[in-house]
Design a binder for this molecule. Structure first.
Ligand SMILES: Nc1ncnc2c1ncn2[C@@H]1O[C@H](COP(=O)(O)OP(=O)(O)OP(=O)(O)O)[C@@H](O)[C@H]1O
Length: 243
């Protein structure tokens, strides 16, 4: 049975709507006319090669950075300061304070985020096997990625943005992170956007993929429709981007 069926998708409500987003750095256009809509309960893969604009798009959706043109709405509200509490962003590079131990960070996060769910955090410490007494600066890449996943998933934010959650992570950590995401999806209330070029490990999770290249959406596909044609996400990715 497909993951979307298992979790009883609550389709319908537009959770994230981006329209004609443009973003420039100096004279360089990083995003150009990007439009996409994600519905409640969906998990969407934002796929594209290095430099395609995935991280920039996530920063704009999460409300940290405004676009130069176009707009984003989260559950009908313009993205910005007022929607920061709706989004949990796992950035592509660790931004966690290295001088704290994991336990100290989790205590701080519980006070920092009004939507922090301490019971969920405790469950995730166990399932993701995060070492509580280690200093963050001493964590391996995989442990750090698991802690960042925990930090996103312990919040009740309805829009979860995971930017390259598996980059540099070994097989066991990959499986743990993917399993934690699947457990979250079982509720069907949240929207997940996952930016990656690690297509193979995550393709089982996606309902839909959006292929981004040089700041533009070049294709959008339903994974079910691809499977009906006997095409995997990885095959489609290679078809579009080569390799
Ligand atoms: N502040 C900035 N100033 C100049 N160029 C920038 C800035 N931010 C991003 N870029 C450029 O914009 C492009 C898109 O970057 P972005 O990080 O959004 O891509 P990405 O798809 O997430 O890449 P990756 O998969 O390598 O993480 C890149 O060419 C990057 O160098």
């Amino acid at each position: 049975m497909k993951i979307a069926e298992q979790r009883g998708q609550s389709a319908g409500q537009a959770a994230v709507v981006c329209r004609d987003i443009q973003f420039c750095a100096g004279t360089k256009e990083i995003l150009s006319g990007v439009s996409l809509t994600v519905h409640a309960g969906e998990i969407v893969g934002i796929l594209g090669p290095n430099g395609a604009g995935k991280s920039t798009l996530f920063r704009i959706i999460s409300g940290i950075v405004p676009p130069h043109a176009g707009w984003v709405r989260l559950f009908g509200r313009p993205a910005g300061v007022n929607t920061l509490s709706n989004t949990a962003l796992m950035p592509d590079r660790s931004k966690l304070p290295g001088w704290l131990t994991v336990r100290e960070w989790l205590g701080f996060a519980s006070r920092l985020y009004p939507d922090w769910d301490s019971d969920r955090a405790t469950e995730l410490v166990d399932s993701l096997e995060v070492p509580l007494e280690s200093r963050i600066s001493t964590l391996s890449r995989g442990q750090d990625a698991r802690l960042q996943t925990l930090t996103c998933l312990a919040r009740r934010a309805r829009v979860v943005l995971l930017d390259e959650p598996l980059a540099g992570v070994d097989l066991v950590s990959r499986e743990r992170i993917a399993a934690a995401v699947v457990r979250e999806l079982a509720s069907g209330e949240r929207v997940f956007l996952i930016a990656t070029h690690d297509v193979r490990e995550l393709e089982q999770l996606f309902d839909r993929i959006v292929l981004l290249d040089q700041g533009r959406v070049i294709a959008e596909e339903s994974v079910e429709a691809l499977r009906a044609k006997g095409v995997s996400v990885e095959q489609r990715y290679r078809e579009v981007f080569g390799g």
